[in-house]
Design a protein around this ligand. Structure first.
Ligand SMILES: CC(C)(COP(=O)([O-])OP(=O)([O-])OC[C@H]1O[C@@H](n2cnc3c(N)ncnc32)[C@H](O)[C@@H]1OP(=O)([O-])[O-])[C@@H](O)C(=O)NCCC(=O)NCCSC(=O)C[C@@](C)(O)CC(=O)[O-]
Length: 305
């Protein structure tokens, strides 16, 4: 997998997956395809397009196969999908996903609620996914949730995160996305975690995935950037919520991440105005407030002209 230049940042857009999976209203296949098309037009090059999980567990992600098959693909864009097991991988391959992501957590209590098994059992489910993906040359990203706190267990030891991240890398994931699932992380926690991980694996193989539940996401991302992280997950318009924290806001907004990294002189290849307009468009479709401050500001400024 090509690594980012130190002056460039890769934003992994998770709005059409992590965002929409947490919205109360399930969007049509057509609107999901249009969202992904607009994100690609804005310059996003890594877009999570869907999730091949049980529709009984996450009904909003049903028909991800249709989304992947119907969307108009742009050259150079990776259209990724979440897969919990071999059944999901087969579906993702049939829908021609450019890559897949496997997911587990650093706390057993969370994996039990999320995927109905322990962390150790989840790794055993993931192993054949990676083995099969390798035989067909499909890249696999790995997610570790609850890296800074679990809604059921509370504190999560740093060593538990290191162990799971290492296990996923050893199985063949090209990158680990560190999920602050409930957004409770702080700057010192972010620094401690990344420093601990960096003793065992290259920072270039780590990404950060913050939910903005307590408004700390941008501060934590800045701390991560200072420690060399160059891959950041974001969700356009801050789509999503958090099923584990009532009333909580969703993922950090991609528009706000973009503003932060551009302010630091780092490059992304993303058009801020097009992304902001996409954020406003999808917020209107969902009849929800636009969760990005910089997105709202850019749209308002353009309207004033
Ligand atoms: C993992 C399972 C399936 C286990 O669910 P289970 O009930 O333990 O497993 P099962 O193997 O007994 O299967 C039960 C049913 O699901 C079906 N099934 C089995 N596998 C699949 C599949 N791949 N696609 C579609 N259907 C599937 C299977 O066919 C069967 O259907 P039935 O016989 O009842 O009609 C379930 O727990 C599940 O789907 N969980 C989804 C959880 C989820 O998607 N959570 C959100 C994603 S994680 C996340 O958002 C965090 C992240 C990544 O963003 C990072 C962060 O923020 O921290």
């Amino acid at each position: 997998m090509q690594r980012a230049h130190p002056d460039s940042v890769r934003i992994v857009e998770v709005g059409a997956r992590d965002g929409l999976q947490n919205e109360a209203q399930a969007l049509s296949v057509e609107l999901r395809c249009e969202l992904i098309g607009r994100l690609a037009a804005a310059g996003l090059r890594h877009i999570e397009a869907g999730s091949f999980v049980s529709p009984k567990w996450v009904p909003q992600m049903q028909y991800s196969d249709r989304v992947l098959l119907q969307l108009e693909r742009q050259p150079g864009v990776r259209y990724a999908a979440l897969t919990p097991n071999l059944q999901g991988l087969e579906a993702a391959l049939a829908a021609n996903a450019s890559e897949v992501a496997v997911f587990t957590a650093a706390s057993d209590a969370f994996t039990q609620k999320n995927i109905n098994c322990s962390v150790a059992q989840s790794l055993e489910r993931i192993r054949p996914v990676l083995e099969h993906a390798r035989t067909v040359g499909l890249p696999v990203r790995g997610y570790v949730s609850t890296v800074m706190g679990c809604p059921y267990q509370g504190e999560v030891p740093v060593q538990a995160v290191v162990d799971v991240a290492q296990a996923l890398l050893d199985m063949g994931c090209y990158e680990i996305s560190l999920g602050d699932t409930i957004g409770t992380g702080s700057v010192p926690q972010t620094q401690n975690l990344i420093r601990a991980l960096a003793l065992h694996m290259p920072v270039s193989q780590l990404a950060v995935h913050f939910h903005d539940t307590y408004g700390q996401a941008l501060a934590n991302i800045y701390a991560a950037l200072e420690l060399g992280i160059r891959t950041i997950d974001g969700s356009v318009a801050g789509l999503g919520g958090c099923p584990y924290a009532a009333g909580a806001s969703g993922n950090v907004a991609s528009e706000d991440v973009l503003r932060l990294v551009e302010g630091l002189g780092l490059h992304t290849g993303i058009d801020a105005q097009l992304l902001a307009e996409t954020g406003q468009w999808i917020s209107d479709q969902l009849q929800r407030p636009n969760g990005s401050k910089s997105g709202r500001a850019l749209v308002a400024k353009a309207t004033q002209k």
